[in-house]
Every structure is written in C-alpha cells, then in structure tokens.
Design a binder for this molecule. Structure first.
Ligand SMILES: [Zn+2]
Length: 369
C-alpha cells in the first residue's frame, strides 16, 4: 500500500504526530487530491481538544485521525465512475458529507440530513457516526480522497491559499443568498471583522450590495475593512452609539434589508438583538456564527414587523462554483486576505498560531504539504 505523510492526532488534547501512513484505496466515485493548502479554521483546536467533553453526542473521527476541514489541491487520479473531473484539475473540496439516501439527501438538501458530517472534522449530530466513519480523514496530509460530487473547480486566477478559504466564504455566501442580497440592498453584519464577517463583506461587495454596515470592536480592523470600499462600507465599533440608530442615520431613515449575525460562541446576545432592531420592516436576519446564548425577544414584534430570523449552515458545491465564477470574473476580490503558511511538519505550530492571529478574519492560517 502507498504511504503518505500526514499529521495525525493519536490522543485528544495532545500534539499531532507527523508520520507516514497508508493512503486508503480510492472508491469508484471518488477522486484523489494532492493537497496544496488546508485551512486551519479557528474552531479546529476546540474540535480536537474540547469537543469530546463539550459535545459528547457529536461523533468525532476514530483515533488516530487526520483532521483538517478546508482543502484545495490538484486532482491526481479519479475513480472508475468519475467522468467530469480529470487529473490536473485545481479544486476545492467541500467537506460536507451526508448519508446520501434519506429524504433530505434525495431532496437535494444534504445539510438537512441527520447523518451530515464534515469530513476530517466532526459529525453534526448523534446520527452521523456512519458518515464520519466513511469519511474520517481531512486535509493535514499529502493526499485526500473525496467524492467527485463534492468538488468545486477553481479558476486559474485563484491561488490555493484563497481556495482553501471557501468553507467560511461559502457559509457567508449561502446566507447572503437566503437574504436575497443584491444591488440596492443594505446589510448589517455583526462580528464584521471575524472569520465569517470578512467573507460576508467581500461577498456582499461582489453581489452588488450597496450599503454594508459592519459592526465589531477592534477599530484597527474596522478601519482596514472600511478601506476596502469606503463608499459602500460603514463601520461601527460596537457601543459607540446605538446600532439601530446608526444604521438608520446612514440609510435614509430605514433599517437594513438583511442582518447577518457572524458572532460566535461566547458573544453577548444583546449584540444579536441590536442587529435585529437595525432591520427594516420585512427584513431578514440570518445566523451563521453560532452565538449560543438564548435571546429574549418578543414574537409579536416579529409578527407585526414581518421580520424573519433564520439559521444557515454551510453551502453546496454548486454555490461554491458560483463563488469560483465570481472570483474568475474579478468581482469577488480575495486579495484582502493575509495568508500565514506552515508546512505539514509544522502542523502543531500552525495550531498554536490560530489563537494568536493578529488580523482577525483577514488572516488565513494554512498548512501547505
Ligand atoms: Zn441523508
């Protein structure tokens, strides 16, 4: 059996071990990808060190395991049933896996499958064990096997570093689509300088959103965000003035059409509530950050103002292809991201660096085998 270098976790809470391991035999519908970049998302340390304790009902890959969520690379070989992907193709691997046979999967909604899981990361619910075991391995290795149907072809003008950011970009993109983002629309985003917030702003610009109201705390990062397009982006350091009044002041007296809450676990619920208040009548609020504190709000207020509040998780390979098309056309500009690169033998250093990132959501931490 062919061997490859990988960074494997042998025990939760301990450093990765760099070692040679066998590359599994390719199944007929799968593709072997030479990994060029694996994005280390900020939550990875939690998944590897704390999820077993925090969320014992979420299945994790059996140990020893190769973790790594967001991968870009080059197709090396294809399974016997694969027709539209060929060796040499530059791709992003959408890591969402599902059972493939339940009602949700057969209806084209794999993210609603009870067996949904992220390859090389964790299962979304107690029923995802089988999926996790079918796709345990992620991107911190020389090679990755993935279903051909999960691939997004990357345009030539997009780097592998940019391509490996597609996971968080796609999460933002799917939410913006649910909010019907487009020309003439206004958007509030909380957590605006974070890992999901920066992609939300970049995609909103690409989709033609006219007014973007980004809220965060760090003024230096907010200034950097605003500088991307000062005519369309306004920024507020949270607490400087009431969020809803600030939006209306800069939006002809109206609330915003869309509110994307990109705040993550641990953020105070009052910020999310302030974002809801900044919506116009009929506006749509969408959670993508996963702030987990309960929110106390009055349903009658939502009824009387026709507000919506929805959750949005991940994205489809098709939505990935749409982002690739925007990047190819130059409307989606990913040059604002800072890439911090580590080799595969430096995987533990990369994990340590995650908590020390200085540029918030602008920073892209990558392991590049
Ligand atoms: Zn399913």
């Amino acid at each position: 059996m062919e061997l490859m270098t990988a960074a494997r976790l042998h025990k939760y809470g301990e450093p990765l071990v760099i070692e040679k391991i066998p590359f599994a035999t390719l199944r007929p519908h799968e593709v072997r990808i030479t990994v060029k970049a694996c994005n280390l998302v900020p939550n990875l340390n939690n998944v590897m060190n704390r999820y077993a304790e925090w969320f014992p009902y979420l299945p994790l890959p059996p140990l020893p395991a190769v973790f790594g969520l967001d991968v870009s690379g080059v197709v090396k070989e294809v399974g016997e049933l694969v027709t539209q992907i060929a060796p040499g193709d530059r791709v992003y691997v959408n890591p969402l896996r599902s059972c493939g046979s339940c009602h949700a999967c057969r209806s084209g909604e794999p993210h609603c499958c009870a067996g949904a899981a992220f390859q090389g990361y964790f299962g979304w619910g107690p029923d995802a064990s089988k999926t996790v075991q079918a796709y345990p391995s992620g991107g911190m290795a020389e090679y990755l096997a993935a279903p051909a149907a999960s691939l997004v072809k990357l345009p030539d003008n997009m780097s592998f570093e940019e391509g490996a950011r597609f996971g968080y970009l796609g999460t933002a993109y799917a939410a913006l689509k649910k909010g019907r983002a487009g020309s003439g629309k206004s958007l509030v985003v909380t957590g605006g300088t974070g890992t999901l917030g920066v992609p939300t702003v970049l995609l909103a610009l690409a989709m033609g959103v006219t007014k973007i109201f980004a809220v965060a705390r760090d003024k230096r990062l907010l200034d950097r965000l605003r500088a991307i397009d000062p005519s369309r982006i306004q920024t507020l350091s949270y607490g400087e003035e009431p969020l809803d009044e600030w939006v209306r002041k800069h939006n002809e007296g109206r609330g915003a059409d869309i509110f994307i809450d990109a705040l993550s676990t641990g953020a105070p619920p009052i910020v999310t509530l302030d974002g809801m208040r900044a919506l116009r009548r009929g506006g749509v609020g969408i959670d993508i950050g996963g702030m987990k504190e309960p929110i106390n709000f009055d349903p009658k207020w939502f009824m009387c103002t026709s507000l919506s509040w929805i959750g949005s998780t991940w994205f489809t390979p098709g939505e990935g292809e749409e982002m690739a098309a925007m990047a190819a056309a130059g409307t989606l500009d990913l040059s604002h991201l800072d890439h911090v690169r580590f080799s595969l033998p430096q995987a533990n250093e990369a994990l340590n660096y995650l908590d020390a990132r200085g540029s918030g959501g602008f920073t892209n931490v990558l392991v590049m085998p």
